[in-house]
Design a protein around this ligand. Structure first.
Ligand SMILES: NC(=O)c1ccc[n+]([C@@H]2O[C@H](COP(=O)([O-])OP(=O)(O)OC[C@H]3O[C@@H](n4cnc5c(N)ncnc54)[C@H](O)[C@@H]3O)[C@@H](O)[C@H]2O)c1
Length: 417
């Protein structure tokens, strides 16, 4: 069997983790049952570059139940759960993933997935698509389509589309309502706090907690930090988003001002150097920095390294940097997604929706007509199905429009009475 993981001895523990995730993912369970009967992915090779977590394992099992053959690599050097990777490999899935990879090892794994000639690609950050288009162009003709899980990946793919560089169709799973409104907001919100607490165990109540950005992820983080009693400050570059933050009751100010008062800084913008060297120059002794955006560029780590005289690891995922003036600044999880690198990523319940979208999109892409090489929205019926099944799984019932209400909502003739 072809795979590369950290330690196969971890497989039993991984199996238990997957079982725990599965029991919180009812929508994927329903899809899996249908897939077992209908086998909509029979003979399809799926190349997946996704965070190798227990929830991803449940998705992999669902795709395999549909007849697909899944080849998996992690989508971040620090986000793989080694237990889960071992369990998947033991069960027959070709997995190339372990926690703590060098950049070289990371792309080695991406290339092993591509060696199998995927017919569908699944990305979280567009590294598969990017590698295929830059150095593995020989496999492009065999790829019918792909999907993208995260905001940063969609931004990269839309840039490729605008440049005329994209050579096969991609569905922007991130942009569908049942994904970003829940995964990005509530998933990132909870798991980012989880990551910060596991890495530091500090008290949040009473701390000044600075959130860089007020997009879908960042607003979830701000909301949850406030819930823990932190004084939350938001920084933004988009006036509309800044206004939303103000009206949601947060203090909004430039990062330069926030830098002077913050105890904890968290970025989730998809942008570069949101916390820059000049901000670190202004920070208080003991300030903690973390990132929950896709790439480790949101905190200027090279600048931090340059202004430091020494560095030591205090706890897993917690590095202390000593500056020339004696101040100490702390960086969590090497500036990589703190929720995945220092904790376990999003809760299974929310990944149930994102990965239900992924499974249904793979089925739709494979069984539909060949599409032009563009970035596509998730079909509305998939979104509606996932929302309906999720509510059912949670035991929540909602009202139905009456005939009278349907007529009323369609009509333009009725106004003031
Ligand atoms: N940690 C995770 O598990 C996880 C999950 C989903 C998405 N993501 C990633 O998180 C990032 C944010 O995703 P999103 O869906 O919230 O995106 P979004 O587009 O909804 O929000 C990004 C926000 O950041 C703001 N911004 C950009 N540059 C800024 C700057 N210099 N200072 C302050 N604000 C700035 C933008 O104006 C925007 O409001 C992306 O990289 C995405 O891929 C991470």
């Amino acid at each position: 069997m072809d795979y590369k993981v950290k330690d196969m001895g971890l497989a039993d523990d991984g199996e238990l983790l997957i079982e725990w995730a599965r029991s919180h993912m009812p929508v994927l369970a329903l899809i899996k049952r249908r897939f077992e009967e209908e086998r909509p992915l029979e003979g399809v090779r799926l190349g997946a570059c996704l965070h190798a977590t227990k929830e991803t394992a449940v998705l992999v099992k669902t795709l395999e139940a549909g007849g697909g053959e899944v080849f998996l690599c992690g989508s971040n050097p620090l986000s793989t759960n080694d237990e889960v990777a071992a369990a998947l490999a033991r069960d027959g899935t070709p997995v190339y993933a372990w926690r703590g990879q060098t950049t070289e090892e990371y792309y080695w794994c991406v290339n092993r997935v591509l060696d199998h000639g995927p017919m569908i690609t699944m990305d979280d950050g567009a590294d598969l698509v990017n590698t295929i288009h830059s150095s593995r162009t020989e496999i492009i003709d065999g790829v019918k389509g792909g999907s993208e899980e995260t905001t940063t990946g969609v931004i990269r793919l839309r840039a490729m589309e605008a440049d005329g560089a994209l050579r096969y169709p991609i569905v922007a799973v991130n942009d569908t309502d049942t994904k970003y409104m829940f995964d990005n907001r509530y998933g990132t919100g909870q798991s980012t706090i989880d990551g910060i607490l596991r890495a530091t165990a500090v008290m949040l109540a009473g701390k000044t907690f600075v959130v860089g950005g007020y997009g879908w992820c960042a607003r979830g983080i701000a909301l949850r930090a406030r819930g823990m009693g932190a004084n939350v400050v938001v920084t933004e570059v988009n006036p509309l988003r800044a206004l939303e933050a103000v009206m949601d009751g947060f203090r909004v100010m430039p990062m330069m001002e926030a830098a002077r008062i913050g105890d904890i800084f968290v970025t989730s913008t998809g942008d570069i150097n949101v916390v820059d060297g000049k901000h670190m120059e202004a920070m208080k002794d003991g300030a903690i920095m973390a990132n929950s955006g896709h790439f480790n560029v949101e905190i200027n780590i090279p600048a931090l390294e340059k202004m430091s005289t020494g560095k030591r690891r205090l706890r897993p995922s917690l590095d202390e940097y000593r500056l020339k003036d004696g101040r100490r600044l702390y960086l969590l999880a090497e500036g990589r997604l703190v929720n995945l690198a220092a904790a376990e990523g999003h809760p299974s319940e929310v990944m149930d929706m994102s990965f239900a979208d992924q499974a249904l999109v793979a089925e739709w892409l494979w069984n539909g007509p060949r599409l032009e090489p563009r970035v596509y929205e998730v079909p509305g019926e998939i979104d509606a199905t996932v929302a309906r099944l999720k509510l059912e799984g949670m035991g929540v019932e909602i009202d139905k429009l009456t005939d009278e209400q349907e007529r009323y909502l369609r009509s333009w003739k009725e106004g003031t009475v």
